[in-house]
Design a protein around this ligand. Structure first.
Ligand code: MN
Length: 496
């Protein structure tokens, strides 16, 4: 399904047919220009100018029920009395962007007269519209600026991605083939509340039902996929026997094919495993999970369904972004505390998504230090440089909190040849000390959903739409400010 966004322009008939014709002409030019900019990930569809209660209500009703429509963009070209919008807005169930823009960029100093002013008065009309949206308590995004400004276009594009996240959240379905790791707190949570708040369906299956799928994969399919692995990735034998290395890699191919069929047949788009609850699996799913994440599935380790759902949500949000740099399940592992070179080494036992890889991807077969299965094959690489966000969703007992850290991904100073896992290395904003202290004060987990392609603004807007608290640790964050914000947020969210 190709997602679309509706462009709804408000006006009224007070200024006559000629004025309304210009409004329609301007709107068409703007929508064409925005669609042709190449910046927007989804198509804008222009709706007939909205001038009466009836048309507004009908248009918003249609937007609410059209499965292709992921959001509505409103702009008041002229003054549109806002009581006309109340009934329509009450029925609008899609994300709303109020684009506060204008057709002309510059005041036409030499020719401007009262007719021009009456025709081009969004500075006036958009305030009337904004007032009623605020009075009705409707969540919306406001973006101000000329529609041709690349920065404005980029912000519209980002909001579209957020709107897709809002609309897609209730389609996330995660299967747990293992429970939460014993005694671990931060990965636990209220699955009923998660379904109410986010629309996530979180179900459990006995691990061996997934294993049955794996065992029924044909040898020829395993052979073909293993051959593809050896085409795509370079094996690093490191003294291991080549036949044994092949056999261990083929086990992961069999797991990938079996798990994918299990997910497709049962309509899940994310999965949770646990190294301590592997049933009939020969190896902890490693390379297999990495490949499934690359295909867009969500993943959480040690039973962490919250992060699995968040990874899946990020995958859905970023799938139509041109030149996306990648999204992965991630874990804070160990620090570099050397002054001027501070950062957190990110990895997991095995399960890091190859979409974030920079350069070559290798296969390694190594022992796990935990669990009791044969040495699993895994993909090993380092991650791209650049800005990203790491997010953790925690359950505070009475409500959820989304914690977002803006991070700068870097190369480690030296290679780590003995480390048998894929890694990223990042310095949190505003710096390692405040980033880590702030994260801990917020109660953030060691597991995160990480993406290069999303921003803290987008994740905050998503959280707002879900009705949960979001806290950003980024440039400008101070511990004192953060603590105050958490106290205010408690007062706000606990009263609901
Ligand atoms: Mn973990």
């Amino acid at each position: 399904m190709a997602f679309k966004f509706w462009f709804c322009v408000g006006s009224q008939d007070l200024y006559g047919e000629e004025c309304l014709k210009k409004v329609a002409d301007h709107s068409r030019i703007m929508v064409n220009e925005l669609n042709e900019s190449g910046v927007l990930p989804y198509e804008l569809v222009l709706k007939p100018t909205l001038i009466t209660n009836e048309v507004i209500r009908k248009t918003f009703d249609e937007a609410s029920t059209d499965p292709e429509c992921m959001g509505v963009i409103c702009w008041m070209h002229t003054f549109s009395p806002a009581k006309s919008w109340i009934l329509g807005l009450k029925e609008l169930s899609k994300p709303l962007l109020h684009l506060h823009t204008q057709f002309n960029e510059e005041i036409p100093y030499d020719t401007i007269d009262m007719d021009f002013m009456n025709e081009n008065q969004s500075a006036h009309g958009d305030r009337e519209f904004g007032h009623i949206v605020t009075r009705m308590g409707i969540e919306r995004k406001v973006i101000m600026g000329h529609y041709k400004d690349p920065e404005v276009q980029k912000r519209i594009a980002d909001w579209m991605v957020t709107a897709v996240g809002i609309g897609s959240s209730s389609h996330v379905r995660i299967v747990r083939i293992a429970d939460n790791m014993r005694n671990v707190a931060v990965t636990e949570g209220d699955k009923v509340e998660a379904q109410i708040k986010f629309g996530w369906e979180i179900d459990a299956y006995p691990v061996n039902e997934a294993v049955d799928y794996v065992n029924s994969v044909s040898d020829s399919d395993v052979k073909d996929l293993t051959a593809l692995y050896f085409d795509l990735y370079k094996p690093l034998y490191e003294g291991r026997d080549k036949d044994e290395f092949y056999r261990h890699t083929a086990v992961q191919a069999k797991i990938e094919l079996g798990l994918e069929k299990f997910l497709v047949d049962n309509k899940y788009d994310g999965i949770v495993t646990h190294f301590g609850d592997l049933g009939g699996f020969k190896q902890l799913p490693g390379l297999a999970i990495q490949r499934l994440m690359e295909k867009g599935y969500g993943f959480g380790a040690e039973g962490d369904w919250k992060t699995a759902a968040l990874v899946r949500l990020f995958k859905l949000m970023t799938k139509d972004i041109k030149g996306a740099k990648g999204t992965s399940f991630m874990e804070d592992y160990t620090y570099n505390l050397v002054k001027g070179k501070e950062g957190i080494l990110q990895a997991h036992m095995l399960e890091v998504c190859p979409t974030i890889a920079d350069g070559d991807i290798n296969i390694k077969v190594c022992p796990l230090s935990m669990g009791n299965r044969e040495d699993p094959a895994r993909l090993v690489f380092t991650a791209k440089e650049g800005k990203g966000v790491a997010a953790s969703l925690i359950d505070l007992g009475t409500r959820f909190r989304l914690i977002i850290n803006e991070v700068e991904c870097k190369k480690t100073e030296k290679p780590m040849p003995k480390l048998p896992v894929a890694t990223a290395f990042w310095t949190p904003k505003p710096n390692l000390r405040v980033g880590a202290e702030g994260w801990i004060i917020c109660g953030g987990a060691h597991h995160t959903a990480f993406s290069y392609d999303l921003t803290s603004e987008q994740l905050c807007d998503w959280a707002e739409a879900m009705g949960i608290e979001a806290v950003v640790i980024g440039e400008g964050t101070t511990i004192g400010g953060l603590k105050s914000e958490l106290r205010w947020n408690s007062a706000y969210y606990e009263r609901r």
